[in-house]
Design a protein around this ligand. Structure first.
Ligand code: HEC
Length: 152
């Protein structure tokens, strides 16, 4: 009896999809970034703060986002919400972010990688707000920031 319970628990465990909090930068997000982003956003790319100084030339070069702290600076601060605005699939706004296309070679791939990153950030953490209010869009709130899990 005990044996059977243990076995069915094991089987249930195998069919439950990974929860957001189980996803990590190391196992789930870094491989996506390495495969899809670092060709432009790798270690050779400018630091975000240097890139910010470029003005109009920012259009042509990509800032660095290949490590966990680099990546998180486009989630939390100073580039609050940039990751979410650029990677958004457009399902809510009607228009995908301009980096969404790089998430995969086809729709299925892109949707899968999008869900992985979104799920990893945490339930309710996919917010497009900037640090400060802009054009009527309110700045991010502490409550929204509190949703971020993004395990290393
Ligand atoms: C072919 C080159 C290229 C690839 C591949 C690429 N990007 Fe970019 N990315 C750029 C360039 C150039 C910019 C700056 C111009 C702009 O703002 O659109 C940029 C800007 C961004 C920004 C905005 C930064 C800010 O503070 O405004 C984010 C976020 C971003 N990329 C994320 C990603 C992610 C995540 C991936 C991988 C899924 C990716 N990009 C793949 C070239 C690329």
């Amino acid at each position: 009896m005990l044996k059977r319970t243990a076995l069915s628990l094991m089987m249930i465990g195998m069919t439950i999809p990974a929860f957001a909090q189980d996803r990590t930068w190391r196992n789930d997000v870094k491989p996506i970034v390495e495969a899809k982003c670092i060709e432009c956003h790798g270690a050779q790319a400018l630091e975000y703060n240097e890139w910010e100084l470029l003005g109009d030339a920012k259009e042509k070069v990509a800032p660095r986002m290949d490590t966990y702290p680099h990546f998180m600076s486009y989630v939390v601060w100073p580039a609050t919400g940039a990751m979410m605005r650029r990677l958004d699939d457009g399902k809510t706004s009607g228009k995908p972010g301009n980096m969404y296309q790089y998430l995969g070679d086809n729709d299925t791939d892109r949707a899968k990688n999008f869900q992985t990153i979104k799920g990893w950030l945490g339930e309710g953490a996919w917010n497009l707000n900037r640090w400060q209010e802009r054009k009527g869009v309110p700045g991010i709130t502490k409550e929204q920031l509190d949703k971020i899990q993004a395990k290393y």
